[in-house]
Ligand binder design. Structure first.
Ligand SMILES: [Zn+2]
Length: 234
């Protein structure tokens, strides 16, 4: 009977969260930049305030849905290939059990175990759960925790919407200069999400914030310029 194990050490690891947090920060950045840019483009074409708000809501909806669909499709194909790899492994364990045991032994030797110990460990893990051992140590897959397309799609759409809502909400404040508020609120949002992204990734917060700030600012300025010229021409 496996005994319940509580690790003695208190340190909190972060890297297992890094993946989806980084995706969430990217989603927020995407939401802010694309929605604010579209709204500024329409506003520069001298559209009235309610048109700008409607445009923002349309941009949020379209962006969130396309992010969700894109994420769902890409994570589904990742899950499909994980499943296919595990099926291949499962079949090979039946067809060539000795080769598979030798392969696992070799993997442990590469990781620094002495040949006898590597062989013992491989044998014991084979006896315990051969598929799990090969999935984990050969393929790097946790077969009890495969990719989750729906979760990823939802997280992606939500983070995009959180970013996109910023420039929309500020335009709802009555009697204010939409364009200026869109720019200021979006740049503040970008600065914050840039710093958060750096914190997660262990990067330099000010540099990361400046990078997102400048990149996002440039995208908004260029779209406003295009909107202005198109508005003046059509
Ligand atoms: Zn194998």
């Amino acid at each position: 009977m496996m005994n319940e194990y509580t690790p003695p050490h208190a340190e909190q690891h972060k890297s297992h969260r890094a993946g989806w947090l980084r995706a969430a920060v990217l989603g927020v950045n995407d939401g802010i930049v694309s929605t604010a840019s579209i709204m500024l483009g329409v506003s520069a074409a001298s559209a009235n305030s309610s048109t700008v708000v409607t445009t923002g809501i349309a941009a949020l909806t379209a962006g969130a849905l396309s992010m969700a669909v894109g994420e769902y499709v890409s994570v589904s194909s990742q899950k499909d290939s994980e499943r296919a790899d595990i099926a291949i492994e499962r079949r090979s364990l039946v067809d060539n059990p000795d080769e598979e045991l030798a392969e696992l032994t070799w993997i442990y030797e590469q990781r620094g175990l002495k040949p006898e110990l590597a062989q013992q460990v491989a044998q014991q893990l084979h006896d315990h759960d051969a598929v799990a051992a090969h999935a984990r140590d050969e393929l790097g897959i946790d077969h009890t925790n495969l990719a989750k397309p729906s979760q990823a799609a939802l997280a992606s759409a939500t983070s995009f919407a959180i970013g996109a809502i910023i420039p929309i909400v500020v335009t709802l404040v009555p009697g204010t200069m939409d364009t200026l508020l869109i720019i200021v609120s979006s740049l503040i949002g970008l600065g914050i999400s840039g710093a958060v992204g750096a914190y997660i990734g262990g990067g330099h917060r000010v540099i990361a914030a400046a990078r997102v700030f400048l990149g996002g600012g440039a995208a908004m300025a260029l779209t406003a310029l295009v909107g202005h010229f198109v508005g003046a021409t059509i």
